[in-house]
Ligand binder design. Structure first.
Ligand SMILES: Nc1ncnc2c1ncn2[C@@H]1O[C@H](COP(=O)(O)OP(=O)(O)OP(=O)(O)O)[C@@H](O)[C@H]1O
Length: 271
């Protein structure tokens, strides 16, 4: 199975405000192996979305390279499925047609694409919702469709940019647990962006904490809270355990420090 290697990646955007250029990423190195669930966390503007865009192939780095299975990433590809925060589903198509969409574009025959889409919808708990229109679904169910759709081309990696941000607390916890089940079932690499420290610690096997100006990875932690959850399925016990709380405070200190240094007095209490 293929590793994803991010090697010495820097990204500079042209900017009229910031003296002509803004360094969104500076010399980022990261190795993601099959089965890794990498979560990126950090103050606003530290380059999380830029890093995801580089991995997805939406953006070419100014310096450095991204390799998937040793091959350079030179654009978007079916080997990397992207789940966006919202507004990414096609409202005029029903659930099964949205889920099949990528396969249809690739010319996969109808029977085959139905079989794959139905399997993925079952995986995300939507087997009875094939014919529903997108507007008939809750935000959490729409995100389940987004995950099923991203899985249909059997990518090596799922990329998710704050996929839970628009959900209420209960739906968010349900989708977090669902995502861990999907991860355990598929063994895909995951790269996941969030602003919630609790979510990051609960979901990831590897947490990267990023700092702004210029955006870089300052701290990396190996985690096993998600594996503990998959063993005993008691999320509340894990999130209130002493080691979870201690880790949460350590990470919050880093992020608060960055927010203060950036002069933002209203750090959003998203932890
Ligand atoms: N297209 C662009 N043109 C110019 N500057 C950009 C562009 N996209 C992002 N930036 C700048 O690059 C830096 C990193 O942005 P990015 O969106 O990657 O950060 P982020 O960590 O995802 O932020 P947030 O948490 O607020 O979503 C910021 O200073 C941002 O203003």
């Amino acid at each position: 199975m293929a590793n994803l290697s991010i090697r010495n990646v820097s990204v500079t955007y042209p900017s009229q405000m910031m003296g002509g250029a803004v360094t969104a990423l500076k010399d980022v190195n990261l190795e993601i192996a099959p089965g890794d669930f990498v979560v990126a966390l950090g103050a606003s503007g530290c380059g999380k979305t830029t890093l995801l865009s580089v991995i997805a192939g939406f953006l070419t780095p100014t310096e450095g390279e991204v390799l998937l299975g040793g091959d350079p990433v030179i654009g978007p590809g079916a080997d990397r499925g992207v789940v966006f925060q919202k507004h990414a589903l096609l409202p005029w198509l029903n659930v099964i047609d949205n889920t099949e969409f990528g396969l249809k574009l690739r010319g996969v025959p109808k029977n085959k694409r139905f079989e794959i889409a139905a399997r993925n919808l079952e995986l995300v708990g939507l087997k009875d919702f094939h014919k529903h229109m997108i507007y008939q679904l809750s935000g959490g169910m729409q995100q389940r469709v987004g995950i099923a759709r991203a899985l249909t081309c059997d990518p090596a990696m799922l990329l998710m940019d704050e996929p839970m941000a628009a959900l209420d607390a209960l739906s968010r916890e349900t989708i977090q647990e669902l995502l861990l089940d999907v991860w355990q079932h598929t063994h895909k690499m995951l790269f996941f962006i969030t602003h919630s420290v609790e979510e990051a610690l609960f979901l990831g096997t590897k947490l990267i904490v990023m700092s702004p100006r210029p955006g870089r990875v300052t701290n990396t932690y190996e985690l096993d809270f998600n594996r503990r959850f998959l063993k005993d399925r008691n999320a509340r016990a894990i999130k209130s355990s002493p080691d979870f709380i201690q880790m949460r405070e350590t990470v919050l200190d880093i992020i608060y420090g960055d927010e203060r240094a950036a002069g933002d007095p209203e750090f959003h209490q998203n932890a």
